[in-house]
Unconditional design. Structure first.
Length: 439
């Protein structure tokens, strides 16, 4: 045992006794940091470096702020964007987002402008990172957005605001800054200072599927009708389907080497974190079963996890068509829209496929007893769409409790190939029955 480990074990009882004082100190430090930010922004506004407050009665200029880089989060906010445009056809709607998610939003006709901000993908959990993030948000606002002048800012993310959306909204000088209360997610440390930059604090929303929660925020703020919240989880996205039609599918299929006469299933074996990746050898019997069902397999990935798809291709004996890292986002939309089935981990491609109305199977790392507000819970983050099935571990593997806290594939290894095949068969039959009723 090293000295650090020995010291950590010896001081554990003391650190447990000091924990309440440490939490109080952290709370006070973040509270004072929030007050300093407000004072600094108000001083710059007094000097007219920042724009003055927007006045009531002006035409609506709506700014949606979502500073996370994740494709899935962006997809799940699209029903809210569609509802906002339908309810406010004359409004000018803008969107501020992390640079990596901007290309998808720029394809949405409901948005008048998209600001792509390079703020970094690391969640600023530590105080120092939070201060640094607030500074980067301020600099990005000054560089790219100081002329936007919204009257309403909407921050759809839940109450922790890790990515400092409320800071950007406060800099914008919008007369209404709407977001969820800090305690919308249950079981978090008291942090009412997170609401200090809001004018409209929306309560409720705990335990909901993200698309429903986002639409609820806009509804409670009076920006969309309550009816727009119902059935969001089971609906496809019309705007996403139209984006998929922008590419020439016959030409794309020829370039990718896909025979359009043969139905195919798309498998996306990658994920944003290693613990969310199902072991590659588990995909092999699934691929054999898909072949027996008459489906060719296409392996899809983005540039960041292309090596994972290439590894699976090699393990399968080159029995699939590999398009890993070779398609743009728009081309991937078109490819997924033509698939007969999608299978993958909890990642962006699964959200795209589900929202396109493609039969989708997504694999999650959380067991059935997880808090539905957990960041990895399928109750919160499952793909939306009419034909979606999810596979999850039957229980957690110790020392995990409810959700997987391991650095690599751990609890997800309890999902068997038979579970995935059963889910795929079920969702295909459900889609077939639904389409037969419509004929």
């Amino acid at each position: 045992m090293g000295f650090k480990s020995w010291l950590r074990d010896r001081t554990k009882p003391l650190r447990r006794r000091l924990w309440p004082a440490r939490r109080w100190y952290e709370y006070q430090r973040r509270l004072q940091g929030m007050r300093c930010f407000r004072l600094g922004a108000d001083f710059l506004r007094l000097l007219r470096v920042l724009p003055q407050r927007s006045k009531e009665g002006q035409p609506m200029r709506l700014l949606i702020v979502n500073l996370t880089p994740h494709l899935g989060d962006t997809i799940m906010q699209m029903p809210m964007i569609e509802a906002l445009r339908a309810a406010n056809p004359e409004a000018h709607i803008e969107y501020a987002v992390e640079e990596s998610a901007a290309p998808l939003l720029r394809l949405m006709p409901q948005l008048d402008k998209v600001y792509a901000l390079r703020l970094g993908k690391t969640s600023p959990l530590a105080y120092g990172l939070a201060v640094k993030r607030a500074f980067r948000v301020t600099m990005a606002y000054w560089k790219f957005m100081r002329h936007s002048e919204p009257t309403v800012c909407l921050m759809p993310r839940w109450g922790d605001d890790l990515f400092r959306a409320s800071a950007l909204a406060y800099l914008s000088s919008a007369s209404r800054r709407i977001g969820f209360s800090w305690d919308v997610v249950r079981g978090v440390d008291p942090a009412p200072y997170r609401d200090a930059l809001l004018t409209d604090i929306i309560r409720g929303g705990s335990g909901m599927h993200e698309p429903v929660r986002f639409c609820l925020l806009a509804s409670e703020a009076g920006l969309i009708p309550r009816s727009a919240v119902d059935q969001v989880s089971e609906q496809g996205l019309l705007s996403l389907k139209r984006m998929a039609e922008m590419q020439d599918w016959p030409m794309l299929a020829e370039r990718l080497g896909i025979d359009r006469r043969v139905p195919f299933a798309v498998i996306a074996p990658g994920a944003s974190h290693p613990k969310k990746m199902w072991p590659l050898e588990r995909w092999l019997p699934v691929m054999d079963e898909l072949k027996a069902m008459g489906l060719h397999v296409v392996l899809l990935s983005g540039p960041s996890d292309a090596d994972v798809a290439r590894d699976l291709q090699a393990r399968s004996g080159n029995r699939a068509t590999l398009v890993a890292g070779t398609t743009s986002l728009a081309e991937s939309l078109t490819l997924l829209s033509q698939a007969a089935l999608f299978l993958g981990n909890d990642s962006g491609p699964g959200h795209v496929a589900g929202a396109l109305g493609i039969p989708t199977v997504a694999l999650f790392i959380t067991g059935p007893r997880v808090d539905p507000d957990n960041a990895y819970a399928l109750e919160r983050n499952r793909p939306m769409g009419p034909f979606v099935a999810c596979c999850r571990p039957p229980h957690s593997i110790p020392p995990c409790e409810g959700w997987c806290s391991a650095p690599d594939a751990h609890c997800i290894t309890l999902i068997e190939p038979e579970d995935v095949i059963r889910a795929a068969t079920g969702v295909l039959e459900r889609a077939k029955a639904t389409r037969a009723e419509l004929v």
